[in-house]
Design a protein around this ligand. Structure first.
Ligand code: NAD
Ligand code: TYD
Length: 337
């Protein structure tokens, strides 16, 4: 089996590469990644001898076609994306190029060279948000697409395109829409790793607005397991929601992290809210459970301890990131907030 994983040097893609290398040592795994600011080849270091790594842009048609010609993938799993909402608010364009056109190029290559499955890794953010005062509401696969940020709009566009390629050209597509992930190798611009890194450095922890926005957190390995099941047993043309009914407000997450690290809550600082900030995400995972038997295995209380410990034990991985060009981004986004 030739498995092409795009965006495999990022957070979830990297975890998925580790998971698949260990679970399927007989597979030929090819990782395609542009190594943007969010991609880190060091994430793949433990498995680098067991994969083929190609640095390329999914929106570069010639490069992508060449990789398909050489590697002849049977299954393609597309994680490659610009993934940070705040960056999409500052500059949407690269989100449209990578997330929409890049997806199109990959699917064109799949049509041209033939594949058994193209899997699009999407997000619950395509459904927009839910109100805080309706805890009975959840996103199902039937919830209408209703995006808020340039990021979610670009991901929704890619989903619609994938469904169009399935219906129009018969491309064997599946789509998964997962809630917020956390775990090892998470880039420290996202909430959980940013708060861990800042707390460890006794820096202020910037909470947007009142910190009441709710996210539905899933340990990254559970997401990887769900994708593994979908690419092998999921029905072609279907969308599967992935989430573990683990809703928490941002302020609660930040307080849990401070407690685990033995740091004071006085490090919390409330800053200007994100524009168009989604209030609540909450996934109904009934379909993937009933059809494919998937259930999350890691409880939040355990997953967050594992995550904090990983950041404590892998300081060189993230310290290198926060000492580099990322600091310019941090200064721009937070200094006048
Ligand atoms: P990430 O930002 O950590 O990693 C993205 C990876 O894609 C990086 O390695 C980057 O170098 C690569 N990349 C970016 N542009 C590229 C291009 N043009 N060509 C090739 N490679 C490129 O993102 P992540 O958090 O790991 O998310 C992975 C996927 O999962 C994304 O599609 C995202 O929308 C989706 N998703 C993320 C979450 C989450 O909580 N992080 C939740 C649901 C879905
Ligand atoms: P994030 O990790 O960027 O994921 P997403 O926006 O895709 O859900 O943010 C998670 C939540 O944390 C979101 O409600 C915004 C909030 N947040 C902060 O309060 N402060 C921060 O510095 C960051 C990065 C996020």
């Amino acid at each position: 089996m030739n498995l092409l994983i795009t965006g495999g040097a990022g957070f979830i893609g990297g975890n998925f590469v580790h998971y698949m290398v260990n679970k399927y040592p007989e597979y030929n795994i090819i990782v395609l990644d542009k190594l943007t600011y969010a991609g880190n080849i060091e994430t793949l270091e433990p498995v680098i001898d067991k994969i083929t790594f190609v640095r390329a842009d999914i929106a570069d048609r010639d490069a992508v076609y060449q990789i398909f010609e050489c590697e002849k993938p049977d299954i393609v799993v597309n994680f490659a994306a610009e993934s940070h909402v705040d960056r999409s608010i500052e500059n949407p364009e690269i989100f449209l190029v990578t997330n929409i056109l890049g997806t199109q190029v990959l699917m064109d290559a799949c049509r041209k060279y033939g594949i058994k499955r193209y899997h699009q890794v999407s997000t619950d953010e395509v459904y927009g948000d839910l109100p805080l005062d309706r805890p009975d509401l959840f996103f199902t696969e039937e919830t209408p697409i209703h995006t808020s940020s340039p990021y979610s709009a670009s991901k929704a566009s890619a989903d619609l395109l994938a469904q169009a390629y399935h219906r129009t050209y018969g491309l064997p597509v599946t789509i998964s829409r997962c809630s917020n992930n956390y775990g090892p190798y998470h880039f420290p611009e996202k909430l959980i790793p940013l708060m861990i890194a800042n707390a460890l450095n006794d820096k202020l922890l910037p909470v947007y607005g009142k910190g009441l926005n709710v996210r539905d957190w899933l340990y990254v390995e559970d997401h990887c397991k769900a994708i593994d099941i979908i690419i092998h047993r999921g029905r072609v043309g279907e969308v599967y929601n992935i989430g573990g009914h683990n809703e928490k407000s941002n302020i609660d997450i930040v307080k849990i992290i401070l407690k685990l690290l033995g740091k004071p809550e006085s490090l919390i600082t409330y800053v200007a809210d994100r524009k168009g900030h989604d209030m609540r995400y909450a996934i109904d995972p009934t379909k993937i459970h009933n059809e494919l038997g998937w259930l999350p295995e890691t409880k939040f209380e355990d997953g967050i301890v594992k995550t904090v410990n990983w950041y404590l034990e892998n300081k060189p991985w993230w310290e290198k990131i926060i000492s580099g060009e990322y600091m310019d981004y941090y200064a721009k986004m937070y200094e006048n907030r």
